[in-house]
Design a protein around this ligand. Structure first.
Ligand SMILES: C[S@@+](CC[C@H](N)C(=O)[O-])C[C@H]1O[C@@H](n2cnc3c(N)ncnc32)[C@H](O)[C@@H]1O
Length: 408
């Protein structure tokens, strides 16, 4: 069982330090020995490990340059320009308006990072990491969007002291302000724009998450799906094509569902999808679905709100109904420091800057689902957990067992 991630709620441990602590302390003293670095480089059996650690530390120091190289390539539209059309420096200089002397620094850096590749006759083409960037508009949009987080974190300590007042917090209206339960006045363009802006980004970036869900879970047993926090309806639209027998309900804030309506009509889905504007802070969730999905919703909210959403989902489902929760989740504690775990750092800071939610481990969310009354709670294995992990829970009785005890 991994530790909960909200460390502020962990009671101070009274037990004495463990054998593992003593061993780790000893290792730390050993690593600090001045001769160890030189000795390990001289030893063919240990050289690879020291080189790998040094490289990793260097990458941590230089990471901000890497992400700015990536952002510059996106802003100059290099990935789309070079897709199946390699170009030389002179042509790229003409295209971007940047002098060859400086542009080549960017191109060589992008080659070094695997984004671009050298091709024949001094041309540049896409590297293995550049191809998906040319193909998936959502990745480019997220890279551009991350610039807000980069701005917020320029002084990281100041950011930690005052995380909820930067550009990222301003970007996500529902994380701070009480969300609108009616349509905002269309004349107040700035209010409407805020919802349009994030809903568009979410729709563009949801593709990989949708793919994970559709390839990991069978929808055959279901009849009607309620997607809570459905956004513009990308998941619903793709699921509708994947499982033509399904009907859908979408629940989201009124201004967001107003944006979804047109897209659903254009896809000919108006008959199969009903829209239920509301706020899960104030309203119950609509009944009638035998599967409720929560895709990238829980991590935006504090624990008390997540508990409320889960309880409302439990109340809205019939006995036998299923809740599917999918979002990025934290690596188990014991895997910290592994390459996959570095993704957690991004989400910890993103969600802090956003203002209300936090990254949770699968175990934490499973416990919250059980407390809301779900049974048979399990994690569904999926191919690319970096995009999302998937949890399922079943409603097997009308009241959560905690409440039933009170009733009896
Ligand atoms: C991070 S977005 C995810 C959207 C979509 N599920 C996806 O994965 O792209 C969270 C969604 O929850 C909605 N939301 C936030 N607060 C809400 C509330 N109080 N009631 C209903 N929906 C809410 C937002 O409008 C947004 O569409």
């Amino acid at each position: 069982m991994s530790q909960p991630l909200d460390l502020s709620v962990i009671q101070a441990q009274t037990a004495s330090t463990s054998f593992k602590d003593a061993w780790q302390g000893r290792l730390e003293r050993w690593y600090a020995h001045p001769g160890l670095y030189r000795w390990s480089l001289g030893n063919p059996l240990t050289r690879w490990l020291t080189r790998r650690r040094t490289r990793k530390l260097f990458d941590l120091m230089a990471g901000f340059v890497h992400s700015q190289v990536l952002l510059a390539c996106v802003r100059l539209d290099l990935f789309r320009a070079l897709y199946q059309a390699p170009c030389n420096l002179t042509d790229l200089s003409r295209r971007t308006g940047l002098a060859p002397a400086v542009l080549q620094r960017l191109l060589l850096s992008a080659v070094a990072l695997g984004l671009l590749e050298h091709r024949s006759q001094g041309r540049f083409g896409l590297g293995p990491l550049g191809v998906p960037l040319a193909q998936h508009e959502g990745i480019a949009q997220m890279i551009e969007h991350n610039h807000l987080l980069y701005q917020d974190m320029q002084d990281p300590v100041q950011f930690l002291n005052n995380a909820w007042s930067g550009s990222m917090a301003e970007y996500w209206p529902y994380a701070h302000e009480k969300p609108p339960v009616t349509m905002p006045d269309p004349m107040v363009k700035v209010d409407v724009d805020k919802f349009t802006r994030y809903s568009q980004l979410m729709a563009a970036s949801q593709g990989f998450v949708v793919q994970e869900i559709l390839s990991s879970y069978f929808f055959d047993e279901h009849r009607c799906v309620l997607d809570v926090g459905a956004g513009k309806g990308r998941f619903v639209s793709e699921l509708a094509a994947h499982a033509p027998h399904l009907h859908f309900k979408m629940f989201d804030l009124p201004p967001v569902l107003a944006l979804a309506r047109e897209g659903l009509q254009a896809k000919g889905l108006s008959e199969r999808v009903s829209l239920h504007p509301g706020s899960f802070l104030d309203d119950p969730l609509p009944e009638g679905a035998d599967l409720i999905t929560l895709v990238r919703v829980a991590h935006d909210h504090p624990d008390a709100v997540v508990r409320q959403i889960l309880q409302k989902a439990h109340a809205a489902l019939p006995v036998g109904g299923i809740l599917l929760l999918a979002e990025p989740m934290a690596q188990p504690h014991e895997e910290a420091g592994q390459p996959e775990a570095s993704v957690d750092a991004y989400f910890h800071f993103y969600l802090l800057a956003m203002g209300a939610g936090r990254l949770r481990t699968p175990q934490e969310l499973q416990t919250m689902m059980q407390e809301a009354g779900f049974s048979h709670v399990e994690q569904v294995p999926n191919a690319m957990p970096i995009h999302a992990r998937i949890l399922l829970g079943r409603k097997s009785q009308c009241l959560p067992s905690v409440l039933q005890k009170g009733v009896n």
